[in-house]
Design a protein around this ligand. Structure first.
Ligand code: 8X3
Length: 258
């Protein structure tokens, strides 16, 4: 039987846009207490009112760059009392940068991807999970990617970051074995969000081409799946969900129509 999310504390990193924002909204609809962080203040203020309107029983939104280890530690340690007991952590904050050949790439791109997708995820996990262990209750849902299963041209470092997410998820699950804390990875393929716009640093035309006639997944498709995972009965651990649009067989095989 599905478990209730009413008044559960759900923490979504990168909750200001894309999959993170859609996920936060989906939990809000179930009456959860929704906590989001994002790098940009502007997106947070807008999200806060949307989350309240969607039905969140309370909202806590704060600026945080998960790459900043000290800021992560301080932000989690200093959470208001009502927000300290995180029931569901959605490690969503992540990004890709460029599609250049590795031997020609700007090293800054690698720093951003690895620092956010790998180290940022680890910092947040390290700060939140001890409380879950103490309470013997909680759910960690990491955003992986089909990119972690199969490397594609120009994506070596992004794919490596998602392959790392896979190993980290598996390792955390092993380390938590014997507790009631659950660990899942949601691994999407093509999802139409700002992902490609960020990858191509605001090049709207290039980003649009990625999704053209591909009937991609939406952020809501992923959000609904995350909520489904979080609401399974306490004895059920969904380990990994790989999801692609029907048009996408793998990173290389995509049926564009039209
Ligand atoms: C996003 C999927 O294929 O664009 O993680 O890298 S892909």
């Amino acid at each position: 039987m599905a478990i209730s999310m009413k008044d559960k504390v759900v923490f979504v990193t990168g909750g200001g846009a894309g999959i993170g924002a859609a996920t936060a909204l989906e939990f809000a609809k179930l009456g959860a207490k929704v906590m989001i962080c994002a790098r940009r203040e502007a997106t947070l203020a807008e999200m806060e009112s949307k989350l309240r309107a969607a039905g969140a029983s309370d909202v806590h939104a704060f600026v945080l760059d998960v790459r900043d280890r000290e800021a992560v530690e301080t932000a989690i340690a200093q959470l208001p009392a009502a927000w300290q007991a995180v029931d569901v952590l959605v490690n969503n904050a992540g990004l890709s940068r460029g599609l250049a050949k590795m031997y020609e790439d700007d090293i800054q791109n690698w720093e951003e991807m690895l620092d956010t997708n790998v180290k940022g995820l680890l910092y947040v996990t390290r700060a939140v999970v001890p409380g879950m262990v103490k309470r013997n209750s909680g759910h960690v849902i990491n955003l992986g990617s089909t990119a972690g299963h199969m490397t594609y041209p120009g994506g070596g470092v992004y794919c490596a970051s998602k392959a790392a997410e896979k190993s980290i998820t598996e390792g955390l699950r092993i380390d938590l074995n014997g507790t009631a804390v659950r660990v899942a990875s949601i691994d999407p393929g093509m999802v139409e969000t700002d992902f490609s716009l960020v990858r191509f640093r605001g090049d709207v035309e290039r980003a649009a081409k990625v999704y053209a006639n591909a009937n991609p997944l939406t952020a809501e498709d992923i959000a609904e799946t995350i909520v489904w995972v979080a609401t399974r009965a306490p004895n059920v651990m969904i380990q990994t969900i790989t999801m692609t649009p029907v048009s996408q067989a793998n990173a290389f095989v995509l049926a564009r129509k039209g």
